[in-house]
Ligand binder design. Structure first.
Ligand code: SF4
Length: 413
């Protein structure tokens, strides 16, 4: 570390770690600035219905990440029962051969096995282990030789900073996405209501359903105001400065089931925020912070809160009386198929209704967002359109600045 770095409050830029539910989303996350992507294979992973990466896909993701200076982490984070181990040893060897950087696991046996059969894989202890204190972090390093401790989402900022300061290896902390209303990994709601084991990849998000609330025979809810106990999503943009000052090595976005648009939008937002916070050593003017928070939350489709960083969960973090499941985000209008820089004409694949007169913002990897007005559109038969409303149709329109294939177009509200 040189003298200039010693005088800084933020001594290193943390890794931005993004989720991916498939290969397309892994590439989007990397294109929009993720330093690392975590994903799940077909087995041994939570969110099993979100994880459709074959070993071939994992190899492809690793090649793509490598070519772009990024890393791939693979979740091996089921809470395994005796019947769950068949094929695990070979799976770990295959991950190592594929070029995976790290596995994320909550099983001390899997940690031990990975170190023996696939020693090039880093072992990161999953948030499922609920590390909320330095003693556990130290023990995981001493006894299980983990290379990174993923902090529990239930840590306060003070706890995250203290554990990071005392931890002999690097730490990782959540900054964005869904939270379990029950302490992560300690919930059997889904098991009881749907026979889908939350800790073996099957969570049906039963906490987010709507319920009739009864006190004996007396109903406390109404048809218009049913009860739900889902948590608000975390959005810790304003807490990142403190996490960076504390030396947290990796900042993690949750959401392997989220769409390509969500991944692009959230990763892009945090990429710009982290880079700027690092460049100004945390001295960011409030209007710039406002700007970044606004950019990050454009991709959000649930109520948000800063998680447990400022205080313990309370009525501000839980949605008691509103439906708390995903709503469709209609601001994602389309993706660029191709662009002719001479004519300024783009082919665009439609995802939601676009109208002439709409003001559109283009999200372009590695560049600031740019805006334009839709002045005309044509369909594949060269017919003029005032409204494009058929999802996946390819239309043409003029875009006054250079865009590229896969750039994302969204409505400016
Ligand atoms: S049902 Fe809700 S609280 Fe329980 S594991 Fe699933 S997301 Fe978490």
């Amino acid at each position: 570390m040189n003298k200039k770095q010693l005088n800084r409050k933020i001594s290193m830029k943390p890794e931005l770690l993004a989720p991916a539910g498939d290969l397309a989303r892994a590439k989007v996350a990397i294109n929009y600035g993720a330093d690392a992507v975590y994903l799940g294979g077909m087995s041994f992973s939570l969110r099993s219905h979100a994880s459709n990466f074959t070993m071939e896909d994992i190899r492809e993701a690793c090649k793509y990440a490598d070519a772009h200076g990024a890393n791939i982490h693979v979740t091996v984070n089921i809470i395994p029962h005796n019947e769950d181990f068949e094929g695990l040893e070979q799976y770990l060897r295959d991950l190592e051969d594929a070029g995976v950087t790290a596995i994320i696991t909550a099983s001390v046996y899997i940690m031990d096995l990975a170190k023996k059969v696939a020693p090039k894989l880093e072992v990161h202890c999953s948030t499922q282990m609920s590390v909320t204190n330095s003693f556990t972090a130290q023990m995981l390093v001493d006894e299980n030789h983990v290379d990174r401790v993923v902090l529990a989402r239930e840590c306060s900022m003070e706890e995250a900073a203290e554990i990071t300061a005392k931890c002999p290896v690097e730490t990782e902390a959540f900054i964005h996405g869904g939270m379990c209303v029950n302490i992560s990994g300690r919930c059997t709601l889904s098991n009881r209501m749907t026979l889908r084991d939350a800790n073996r990849g099957g969570c049906a998000q039963s906490c987010r359903w709507q319920y009739h609330l009864m006190d004996g025979d007396r109903e406390l809810s109404t048809e218009e105001d049913l009860f739900t106990l889902g948590s608000k999503d975390m959005m810790a943009g304003r807490q990142i400065k403190q996490l960076m000052e504390a030396g947290v090595a990796s900042l993690k976005i949750e959401g392997r089931m989220k769409s390509e648009y969500y991944v692009a939008s959230v990763v892009s937002g945090y990429r710009h925020l982290i880079d700027e916070l690092y460049d100004c050593d945390g001295e960011m003017p409030e209007e710039r912070m406002e700007y970044h928070i606004n950019e990050i939350t454009k991709g959000a489709n649930r109520d948000i809160c800063p998680g447990f960083y400022p205080k313990r969960a309370d009525k501000d973090t839980i949605i008691f009386h509103e439906y708390s499941n995903n709503t469709v985000n209609h601001d994602f209008l389309g993706t660029v198929v191709d662009y002719n820089a001479e004519t300024k004409i783009a082919h665009v694949q439609v995802r939601n209704v676009i109208e002439v007169g709409d003001r559109i913002e283009a999200l372009m990897p590695g560049k600031p967002n740019a805006e334009y007005d839709v002045t005309w559109m044509k369909n594949a038969d060269e017919e003029e359109l005032t409204r494009a409303n058929k999802p996946m149709d390819i239309i043409t329109m003029e875009i006054p600045f250079e865009v590229h294939e896969k750039d994302i177009l969204r409505r400016l509200s």
